[in-house]
Ligand binder design. Structure first.
Ligand SMILES: CC(C)(COP(=O)(O)OP(=O)(O)OC[C@H]1O[C@@H](n2cnc3c(N)ncnc32)[C@H](O)[C@@H]1OP(=O)(O)O)[C@@H](O)C(=O)NCCC(=O)NCCS
Length: 331
């Protein structure tokens, strides 16, 4: 089976910024920009406009051209290096804005200018391995809010812009059509050659004083709501993953839950009817390391001889988004 593009869409902000507009704000000229870059005009959002809105419009167009309703999607893969918020990414916001009630996976990818290609490769892999029939793939970027539009920033400010494009990908067994291959690479030796330094985790609050004073620099959480959802979703998801493998909770040798909070892990264990020795917790020694909890725990279990070949291991996680999922595997 191959992945084919069923529909496409795009959206750009209404505001047009011409080279002459930039020349009023920095030392540059229409002639310099045209001769060096070919660019004559670009679209930038107005203050407060959301990148997600562009993604939503592009997505709706693509769905329309594909003749599909949002509810017919099985997944969203959303590529942007400039999400509206630091976390969660735009994927879940798009799911919400499209009115998709089903808890389909909404996957965020970064990968900057190669984001759309990488997103397509993920969607293609999901389609070909089965279980997914129609996947919305979005590439969206808001560069204008993170550019220095003074003369000091003229190298970049004349080049980058805002916009969104989307496709709906579906499976087909037509041998004449569809994606045939990908070639993907990375090379971190050049990471700082085109980058935004902050607000990454290296940026200290003193460097963002206004945001820090308003509390916006810090991670914020409605802990009760997170707890309430996590203790339902994690066991539900473990059961679903087991069912897909034709198994039940009886088969579990070891459960490794995301180490969010020991009380959550205990509630999940109880809900699944597992004994203490069937559940691995190490939050006591590490805290919640987010995406790292499960691989750290797996490594500990492996090194401690907790796993024998063939043991059925269930992994489950829940977090910001909300996003959640489980994996069952035989060690
Ligand atoms: C950025 C780019 C247009 C610069 O063009 P260039 O011909 O290499 O320009 P140079 O670096 O030689 O700079 C020439 C002069 O123009 C100046 N200059 C730079 N930006 C300018 C601007 N927007 N307007 C006017 N002058 C500018 C430079 O300061 C330099 O002045 P100097 O000679 O007094 O030092 C070019 O390097 C480029 O296209 N790079 C690829 C960028 C890209 O595609 N990015 C996206 C990747 S995903």
């Amino acid at each position: 089976m191959r992945s084919i593009i069923l529909g496409t869409g795009r959206a750009v902000p209404a505001r047009v910024v011409r080279n002459d507009d930039l020349a009023e704000r920095m030392e540059t000229s229409d002639e310099w920009i045209r001769s060096r870059t070919g660019i004559e005009e670009r679209h930038w959002i107005e203050p407060g406009e959301r990148g997600l809105e562009l993604g939503r419009r592009a997505a709706l167009e693509a769905l329309d051209r594909a003749g599909l309703a949002p509810a017919e999607l099985d997944a969203i893969v959303y590529a942007t290096s400039t999400p509206d918020h630091f976390l969660p990414g735009n994927g879940v916001y798009l799911q919400r804005e499209l009115g998709i009630d089903a808890t389909i996976p909404a996957i965020d990818l970064r990968m900057q200018c190669a984001g759309f290609i990488y997103a397509l490769s993920v969607a293609d892999a999901y389609l070909r391995t089965g279980g997914f029939r129609r996947i919305l793939v979005v590439g969206q970027e808001i560069q204008s809010t993170r550019m220095d539009v003074s003369t000091a920033g003229r190298y970049t400010a004349v080049i980058f812009a805002d916009g969104a494009g989307a496709v709906v990908l579906g499976g087909s067994d037509d041998p004449e059509r569809g994606i045939l291959a990908f070639d993907l690479h990375g090379d971190g030796r050049h990471a700082e050659k085109l980058w935004v330094e902050g607000p990454g985790s290296l940026v200290r609050p003193e460097q963002w004083p206004a945001q820090a004073a308003e509390g916006r620099y810090w991670l914020q959480m409605d802990g009760r709501e997170v707890f309430r959802h996590a203790v339902v979703r994690m066991p539900e998801s473990v059961r679903a993953a087991l069912a897909r493998a034709g198994l039940t909770t009886e088969a579990i040798k070891l459960l490794i839950p995301h180490q969010a909070n020991l009380r959550i892990s205990e509630a999940v264990q109880k809900e699944l009817g597992l004994r203490d020795e069937q559940t691995y917790n190490n939050i006591q020694r590490y805290g919640n390391t987010t995406a790292a909890t499960i691989p750290i725990a797996l490594d500990e279990c492996a090194r401690a001889g907790r796993l024998a070949p063939g043991d059925l291991v269930a992994l489950t996680a829940f977090g910001s988004g909300f996003v959640w999922g489980s994996c069952v595997l035989r060690w």
